[in-house]
Design a protein around this ligand. Structure first.
Ligand SMILES: [Ca+2]
Length: 132
């Protein structure tokens, strides 16, 4: 029984944390699944689609950046696919601020922590780190 309570608390905290962090980046709740299978990638900073486990390059940089969206993080290309994090998350002008609506925020077009297109030669370094 005690183990079940601890498990429940850990799952609750993990999910709560996930939701908090998703709100700290533009379009954090609608990052497209880079596998091309549709849907969204809920664990944006993780290689695991649903969060938890190993951080991807964006998750590492976000963590090192005190889990804040800044101009430097926006202009970085964490996953090395040639598109900035801001371009992938729909903030190409890097002026999104948490909690403030801006009328030119675009839809997220890519994943900032998983190199796309998945399986392409430019993304070979991430092979084996996650599964689609
Ligand atoms: Ca990128």
């Amino acid at each position: 029984m005690f183990a079940c309570v601890i498990l429940f608390i850990n799952v609750f905290l993990a999910v709560s944390g996930l939701f908090i962090y998703r709100g700290r980046i533009p379009n954090g709740d609608s990052v497209p699944n880079p596998c091309g299978t549709g849907g969204t990638w809920n664990g944006v900073g993780h290689y695991n689609q649903n969060g938890g486990g190993t951080l991807n390059p964006f998750g590492l940089e976000f963590s090192l950046n005190y889990r804040m969206w800044t101009i430097a993080l926006c202009k970085a290309d964490s996953d090395g696919d040639g598109k900035t994090n801001g371009e992938e998350l729909g903030d190409p002008f890097c002026d999104w601020t948490e909690g403030v609506d801006i009328n030119h925020l675009q839809a997220a077009t890519g994943h900032p922590g998983i190199c796309e297109p998945v399986g392409s030669p430019v993304c070979a370094a991430q092979e084996g780190k996650f599964s689609c």
